[in-house]
Design a protein around this ligand. Structure first.
Ligand code: F6P
Length: 543
């Protein structure tokens, strides 16, 4: 049903007025007016604590934002997603990643089939395969146990697995080697395999569509690498498994469908790390811990599904992004994990957030007249502090930042963890409160240096804290961002589950490839810039 355009929504208009009234108030003032603010403006769920007090909001802001979410039908749309209805409108399908982590025994019937039963049947097959690899009973073509696992995939078929492997490294089997090949640049494949023995290497070809050029090109090179070394096409059966929704293409590639782990078109690529796409994760950490990760996802799903909007972590975080994007002109959001194991988490979030909410058309097909998804970016703390934080502190752009930390580190060593964590609190404090001109002068600063040392403050942060990074908490954290993205997309009335924008480039590349490889130099019919670049490339290639 068409909904009122966002900017005509009464709650949006109320927020515009409210922003005129409070948008300029400094966090110093907000904290001075309310000594308990830091204890009040927080929420917790499923082992995660969110302090959102250092945001440029009042109680009234949060009331209006929650009202906006209600007016935009967030609760109905959320329930519709959980029921398996067609929320991915432009692709006419459900977005049911929440079913991937529903506990065994629960049911969710979609189109006459119990999807939870299907999910657990694949999880069981994955577990038995993972145990086979981990125990050495699944052997390669020459009878040697598998010691190396190489995941070949790109986008959602790579970023989730590699992020989870890095995040959960402390829980992985250290005697197994894991590599991830995504880029069609041959360097990726060559560097990932150069020190591996083909007899002991398993390739997981992960592709929802099994039609992605980069993945199939890498998979073909992998097959040649194995067959050339082991001298027989038969080796493919012991050294390749597939994860896909597309059994026919898997079979055409030469992988026995018996060695394929299935998922479904209702799982979006960037929402798939907890499906069979997570096979490498399961081999790395074992089936039991993989199930703990699923339980963490599910705990956040349940919180999102049932908690009032005012206490709902993903809703609060999503609405804060809407607030800054809609009323402060914010263009980007930083995510800084203060845990080295989460080093790939910002990259993972970039696909989740930007492929989901980088949209310009509403569900009804009109072009939006407001900003949608911001740019997400980040780096692990504290490294970012010694590089780009300067711009966040004193630059001219407003960049809200999520700072993620843990009470305990996985590698206790002297004072490291306390030093690391003190930086989370110090950064949030410095960003919020800055240093006034009076404070700078009072320190005896020479007058001409004063402007350089003043820090305006009033820069917003969320601080997310958990006890320790476990498989369970990783699942919870990912689900938190998934539902925050959904909340934003619902307010903006866009389809957070399609990605039509990436298609055109793929089509054009397929057209250009033969023009680069042909000996006959075919006539070029592109624009003058593309033609000139192709000619230059051919000339460079010949030199
Ligand atoms: O090009 C974008 C995309 O379709 C992503 O959405 C997806 O995660 C990625 O490509 C890989 O797709 P596939 O798993 O089908 O190979």
């Amino acid at each position: 049903m068409p909904i009122t355009p966002l900017r005509q929504q009464p709650s949006w208009k109320a927020l515009e007025q409210h922003h005129r009234e409070i948008g300029g108030i400094h966090l110093r003032q907000l904290f001075a007016d309310d000594p308990l603010r830091g204890e009040r403006l927080c929420a917790q769920a499923a082992g995660l604590y969110l302090d959102y007090s250092k945001n440029r909001v009042t109680d009234e802001t949060m009331r209006l934002l929650c009202g906006l979410a209600r007016e935009r039908g967030l609760e109905e749309r959320r329930n519709s997603m959980f029921r398996g209805e067609c929320v991915n409108v432009s692709e006419a399908r459900p977005a049911l990643h929440v079913a991937l982590r529903m506990p065994r025994g629960s049911t969710l019937v979609v189109d006459g089939a119990d999807v939870v039963a299907q999910v657990h049947s694949v999880l069981d097959r994955m577990a038995s395969f993972a145990r086979g690899i981990r125990s050495g009973t699944w052997t390669g073509h020459t009878g040697k146990p598998i010691r190396n696992i190489v995941n070949i995939g790109i986008g959602g078929s790579d970023l989730g697995p590699v992020m989870a492997y890095e995040a959960l490294r402390a829980y992985t089997r250290r005697d197994l080697t894991f590599r991830f090949v995504s880029n069609v640049d041959a360097t990726d494949f060559v560097e990932a395999t150069r020190d591996l023995g083909p007899e002991e290497t398993l390739f997981i070809v992960a592709s929802k569509t099994f039609g992605t050029l980069e993945t199939l090109t890498n998979a073909r090179s992998a097959r040649d690498w194995v067959v050339d070394a082991l001298g027989s096409e038969k080796a493919v059966a012991r050294h390749f498994v597939a994860v896909s929704t597309h059994a026919r293409r898997v079979a055409e590639f030469g992988i026995d469908p018996a060695n394929m782990f299935e998922f479904w078109d209702w799982v979006g690529g960037r929402y798939s790390m907890d499906s069979a796409i997570g096979l490498s994760t399961m081999i790395a950490i074992g089936p039991e811990r993989f199930h703990e990760m699923l339980a963490g996802f599910h705990a956040m799903d349940e919180h999102f599904r049932t908690a009032p909007l005012e206490e709902n972590l993903p809703v609060l975080m999503g609405l804060l992004v809407v607030w800054y994007s809609g009323f402060f002109g914010v263009q980007s959001v930083g995510v800084m994990p203060y845990d080295r194991y989460l080093k790939r988490f910002p990259a993972y979030l970039q696909q989740l957030t930007m492929e989901s909410n980088g949209k310009h058309a509403t569900l009804e097909g009109s072009v939006v007249d407001y900003d949608t998804g911001p740019v997400y970016w980040g780096e692990p703390g504290t490294n970012g502090q010694h590089s780009f934080y300067q711009l966040i502190h004193q630059g001219t752009r407003l960049i809200p930042v999520d700072l993620i930390g843990f009470g305990k580190g996985l590698n206790p060593l002297g004072e490291h963890h306390d030093i690391l964590s003190s930086n989370i609190f110090a950064q949030a404090q410095a960003l919020a409160f800055g240093r006034t001109e009076e404070e700078v002068r009072a320190e005896g600063t020479p007058p001409d240096a004063v402007p350089h040392r003043v820090m305006e403050g009033n820069r917003p942060t969320n601080v997310l804290l958990g006890e320790i990074l476990t498989p369970r908490l990783l699942g919870t954290l990912v689900a938190l961002y998934e539902h925050s993205v959904f909340t934003q997309g619902t307010v903006w009335d866009i389809d957070s589950f399609d990605q039509w924008g990436v298609e055109l480039g793929k089509v054009l590349a397929v057209r250009i490839t033969p023009e680069l490889t042909s000996q006959a130099e075919p006539e070029l019919t592109h624009d003058s810039s593309t033609n000139a670049l192709i000619r230059r490339y051919r000339a460079l290639k010949r030199q």
